[in-house]
Design a protein around this ligand. Structure first.
Ligand code: MTE
Length: 321
């Protein structure tokens, strides 16, 4: 399916949550409700979404339109340093991670601090289809059909204290199954951590994904639970979450800790604020080749300005990059 734009850059809310359901969506939802999906039982018989059939037919989308990225690209060209630094490493090695059982510790300024079995944390919450642009700080981008639960629904379920100003997230640290964590060369102080301001966390676009392309989330994409914040650079979308903590203070974030000058806490997609080492004015929409780079202009807040710009009114976005 092509995403028709109301104006260049905008994905209509009706398109973000399309009415067309994937053929196997019902089965997937039933699986999530019963915890079956959390066993990582991606079914080989799962039907491809009809959107994908159009997107992968080799036809370039008409100007101004976003086509869904072929599934095989979104699941083989990844950043997940817990499994290595190469783009192909996560697809090659993430199967070494066991994702069941999975628990998520919810702590800090909440009514019910607890360690939740993932299926209990998500029980009673309705997953939604969300087709989002996904823009990496490295200047490549994709369009992904996620299945996710609004983060706000999870936070409402655990009861956030009014004094909470930020949400901190943490990825699993399990070097025995995550070979990148055993490497002396990663330079990362594990576990991978990320954070959002509370109003960003409560924004309706912010999603906790459990699936993509009508299937359970593959390990390389952050199974069984990963954040998706479509107006921010991809590194904010932390994978394989085991900790959610409500805090008063801005939490540390992995890339900011590694290089604060290059990676800010906000990391909103912004074509006017370049990375110190490269321009952010344009991006390579994958698939991209040497002969057909498929370079497109980057849009403010990744095209979601109408929905999220008000969160930052009055802020100097060059300073709060
Ligand atoms: N989360 C963890 N735990 N570890 C990582 O290395 N990489 C980030 C983000 N989340 C990363 C992570 C980066 S840099 C990007 S661009 C996206 O995941 C990539 O998501 P994808 O592989 O699903 O496209």
């Amino acid at each position: 399916m092509l995403i028709r734009s109301k104006k260049p850059g905008a994905i209509l809310p009706s398109e973000i949550t399309p009415e067309t359901s994937y053929l196997n969506r019902r089965r997937l939802l039933a699986g999530i409700a019963s915890g079956v999906v959390l066993a990582g039982c991606a079914e080989s018989s799962a039907s491809a979404p009809d959107e994908q059939a159009v997107a992968s037919d080799g036809q370039a989308p008409a100007p101004g339109l976003d086509a869904i990225t072929p599934e095989e690209i979104a699941t083989s060209y990844n950043n997940f340093y817990e499994f290595g630094t190469g783009k192909g490493d996560p697809a090659r090695y993430a199967h070494e991670l066991t994702t069941t059982p999975w628990s998520v510790s919810v702590s800090g300024l909440v009514d019910k601090p607890a360690s939740w079995a993932l299926e209990d944390l998500l029980a009673g919450l309705t997953p939604e289809d969300r087709i989002y642009r996904f823009r990496c700080v490295e200047a490549w981008s994709m369009v992904i059909p996620w299945l996710g639960i609004p983060l706000s629904a999870v936070l409402d379920k655990v009861g956030v204290d009014s004094s909470a100003k930020y949400v901190a997230f943490e990825t699993l640290k399990r070097p025995s199954e995550m070979r990148g964590q055993r490497s002396a060369f990663s330079g990362i102080d594990w576990p991978y951590v990320e954070g959002l301001r509370i109003d960003e966390a409560m924004h309706p676009l912010t999603t906790l994904a459990v699936g993509m392309y009508g299937k359970p989330l593959p390990n390389q994409n952050g199974a069984p639970l990963r954040l998706v914040v479509p107006w921010k650079y991809g590194f904010k979308s932390i994978k394989s979450i085991v900790g959610i903590r409500l805090t008063r203070r801005e939490p540390p974030t992995t890339w900011n800790r590694l290089n604060a000058r290059e990676y800010g806490f906000y990391s909103n997609v912004n074509p006017e604020v370049d990375h110190p080492r490269w321009s952010q004015a344009s991006e390579r929409r994958l698939p991209s080749t040497f002969l057909q780079p498929n370079r497109i202009e980057t849009r403010m807040f990744n095209g979601y300005a109408e929905e999220v710009a008000s969160l930052y009114s009055g802020m100097d976005l060059k300073k709060h990059y």
